[in-house]
Design a protein around this ligand. Structure first.
Ligand SMILES: O=P(O)(O)OC[C@H]1O[C@H](OP(=O)(O)OP(=O)(O)O)[C@H](O)[C@@H]1O
Ligand SMILES: Nc1ncnc2[nH]cnc12
Length: 203
């Protein structure tokens, strides 16, 4: 696999030359179900954005479990102390992964939501700007962390998450997303950290 780790890349050229329905068949059959369960909504939340909606996947317990299982299989046994989930959609996958691998879950929240002392990092989005916050003391120096979100587009959100965790002295082992937008293929790593993506956005 390349520096942008991808669940779809393991089958090499043979997989990418298949008809769309068989795109992931030679890599891991679960990936096709995951890809098919993601709804693409054109022009949401504003014109020109092809919105990848994971709520349809959440309605299908078998597919939802496949996605969580694939991350669990990747990170179990890697001495991961914490899974950091990005609000809001990273909260839908991160806790299940954390429990399964015996790690703590750290919510990285949008501004003003955490009651304790926080550190903050701002970032630029595909459709705006935002900020992530983490409680001081949630993580200890030297701990190994996986950052989880549903999707990577520009990589700005994950980069802010990495900066937050590194400011606390912890080690980001990898970032994990269900979906990578095609333009993200141009990135190799974010802040020097690998990004593992299960499927590429269909449109
Ligand atoms: O790679 P990027 O360009 O940074 O974009 C990816 C981020 O955008 C979406 O979240 P959004 O900010 O829309 O917030 P939400 O989860 O609260 O809807 C998505 O869930 C990622 O967190
Ligand atoms: N195209 C997209 N679909 C869903 N979430 C997103 N976050 C940023 N870009 C997105």
């Amino acid at each position: 696999m390349g520096e942008q780790e991808s669940g779809e890349s393991g089958g090499g050229d043979t997989a990418t030359e298949q008809a769309p329905a068989a795109k992931y068949a030679l890599v891991d059959p679960r990936l096709q179900g995951i890809s098919d369960a993601i709804r693409v909504v054109p022009h949401f939340p504003k014109p020109g954005i092809m919105f990848n909606d994971i709520t349809a996947l959440l309605l299908r317990p078998g597919v939802f479990k496949d996605a969580v299982d694939m991350f669990v299989e990747r990170y179990q046994g890697m001495a991961i102390a914490a899974v950091a989930g990005i609000e809001a959609r990273g909260f839908m996958f991160g806790p299940a992964i954390a429990l399964a691998i015996g790690a703590k879950f750290i919510p990285l929240r949008k501004p003003g939501k955490l009651p304790g002392e926080v550190i903050s990092e701002s970032y630029v989005l595909e459709y705006g700007t935002d900020c992530l916050e983490m409680h001081v003391g949630a993580i200890e120096a030297g701990e190994r962390v996986v950052v989880v979100d549903d999707l990577v587009a520009t990589g700005g959100t994950l980069s802010a998450a990495i900066r937050l965790i590194e400011r606390a002295g912890a080690d980001v082992v990898e970032c994990a997303c269900l979906i990578g937008l095609p333009k993200f293929k141009d990135f190799c790593k974010l802040n020097g950290k690998p990004v593992y993506v299960l499927v590429e956005s269909r449109k």
